[in-house]
Design a protein around this ligand. Structure first.
Ligand SMILES: [Fe+2]
Length: 115
């Protein structure tokens, strides 16, 4: 088995939405900094209970020279915090972003965007 075998993407989506949606906001943060927003359940909210929730989101960036950078992680308190997080990132240094989201019932989900 390879790590990629446990990652699910858009093709595996069912009624509940798990794929982390990545949005770029150039100059949208305080003092004009760039932000990368990652959200699960933007259009169809994912359950947020102790029994079933998104536990964490991680963001990775691929620099223009190909190096992969771990840009950060957010852990969520079930029933209190929603899986919606913003990272301040110098977007112009990257050519793509990838995010992971973990649902405690439905596993590990991935998504990537090209800039
Ligand atoms: Fe789920």
């Amino acid at each position: 088995m390879k790590f990629e075998d446990i990652l699910k993407s858009k093709e595996a989506e069912g009624k509940e939405k798990h794929v982390p949606i990545i949005e770029i906001g150039k100059g949208r943060g305080r003092e004009g900094v760039d932000v990368v927003r990652v959200v699960v359940g933007r259009d169809v909210p994912h359950p947020n209970t102790v029994e079933h929730h998104i536990a964490w989101i991680e963001l990775y960036g691929v620099r223009k020279d190909g190096q992969v950078i771990d840009l950060g992680r957010a852990d969520f308190a079930p029933s209190y915090t929603n899986p919606n997080v913003r990272f301040q990132v110098p977007v112009e240094q990257f050519k793509s972003f990838c995010a992971l989201a973990y649902c405690n019932v439905h596993g590990l989900w991935e998504n990537c965007i090209e800039i």
